[in-house]
Design a binder for this molecule. Structure first.
Ligand SMILES: Cc1cc2nc3c(=O)[nH]c(=O)nc-3n(C[C@H](O)[C@H](O)[C@H](O)COP(=O)(O)O)c2cc1C
Length: 352
């Protein structure tokens, strides 16, 4: 089943394997993907679908150093080389739109991060001057929150201009959309906060705006219910996520990319509430072959892998053959040059 084709809207995927989004921090300082990025993704085009690293939809959405954007014409031109290379190699590629919210630092971006509320995350961020505490972010006004929703739509339009097959809104791992969903980073008393309905509103409006901009079949979202990343608390996840998934289900999105929660009841409820394609990524689950079989058997339509794709450009072939996998080197995960980026070897296939 892993190697059967899959119809994702009008896109035919060659298999059920998805390359999970992975920040690699190798873009030029102006957020243009580096010249190696097209090669990196093209090497991995045998994935049924590639989801790119997080891409900031606006300058304010950047938090880390050397991450790429989709808010200038030059960035669009840079991504065009990437999407052309992937398509030429037979692949499909969605851009992950990632606004970091409070997970940023002025030393990286020149401005104080913005967030649902002025609540700093505990912990530190890598900056040009070394690790530093997260700053207290500036709370978005209601009008600024609405403008940020529009930034997602503008970036979605630019993604299509750049040749992407669609966009995945990053609603997971403690970044802006997830901050709005949480209990401790969202202390707002306007329509984007308070009740469950208020806290899911930003996510739903961002998805709606992107759908209006480029059509539902090109818009997707990633969620990681209750995973606590970046100091978020979601004790009411069993209420928030079913409400959110119900609201999103009405939009007919391309897919929901669920990071498995380890709460079997919640995962099952989400599957039952979601009528469209469901991608599951089971972080750190180990052996990709067994993990894929387990989740496809459970009811996922597609299964995503991060580090296995980072280290194995030809992961689908390796799994098909039962061949050994390269191990990822996390020392070269973020930043640097081609080492640990485009130099992981593919299998040498000898003619017989
Ligand atoms: C180097 C690296 C960068 C990552 N960057 C992102 C990111 O930009 N967006 C995102 O949603 N997840 C990101 N993740 C999480 C992965 O998408 C994935 O959920 C995680 O690696 C667990 O899956 P795995 O066990 O198959 O690696 C990153 C993971 C790694 C290893």
């Amino acid at each position: 089943m892993l190697f059967t084709q899959y119809e994702l809207g009008d896109l035919l995927l060659s298999n059920r394997l998805v390359m999970a989004p992975m920040t690699r921090s190798r873009a030029y300082v102006d957020g243009i993907p580096s010249s190696l990025t097209a090669l990196y993704y093209a090497q991995r085009a045998s994935a049924g679908l590639i989801v790119t690293e997080g891409v900031q939809p606006s300058a304010a959405g950047q938090g880390y150093v050397n991450t790429p954007g989709l808010h200038t014409d030059e960035q669009v031109a840079g991504w065009r080389e990437v999407t052309d290379a992937v398509h030429l190699a037979g692949g499909r590629i969605f851009a992950q739109l990632m606004h970091v919210g409070r997970v940023g630092h002025p030393d990286n971006t020149g401005s104080t991060p913005v967030a649902p509320s002025a609540v700093r995350a505990s912990g530190q961020i890598h900056t040009h001057a070394g690790p530093q505490d997260y700053p207290v972010p500036v709370a978005l006004t209601t009008a600024e929150a609405e403008a940020t929703v529009r930034d997602f739509a503008d970036a979605a339009r630019r993604a299509v201009d750049a040749g992407f097959d669609g966009v995945e809104l990053h609603g997971a791992n403690g970044y802006l959309i997830h901050q709005f969903l949480s209990q401790n980073a969202n202390l707002r008393d306007d329509r984007y906060g308070g009740s469950v309905e208020g806290r899911i509103r930003f996510a739903v409006e961002a998805a709606e705006a992107a759908v209006d901009a480029i059509g539902a079949s090109r818009v997707a979202i990633r969620l990681s219910p209750g995973n606590g990343a970046q100091d978020l608390v979601e004790e009411d996840r069993s209420e928030v996520y079913p409400a959110l998934v119900r609201a999103l289900a009405g939009l007919d999105l391309a897919y929901l990319h669920l990071m498995a929660t380890r709460d079997d009841d919640l995962d099952r409820r989400i599957r039952d509430l979601w009528p469209n394609t469901l991608i599951v990524n089971d972080a750190g689950a180990g052996d990709p072959d067994a993990t894929a079989s387990r989740w496809l058997g459970w009811g996922a339509d597609l299964v995503a892998f991060g580090s296995a794709f980072l280290a194995n450009p030809d992961l689908p072939l390796r799994l098909r053959l039962g061949a050994p996998l390269n191990d990822p080197d996390f020392a070269t995960a973020f930043g640097g040059d081609h080492r640990g980026y485009t130099d992981y070897p593919a299998l040498a296939v000898h003619p017989v």
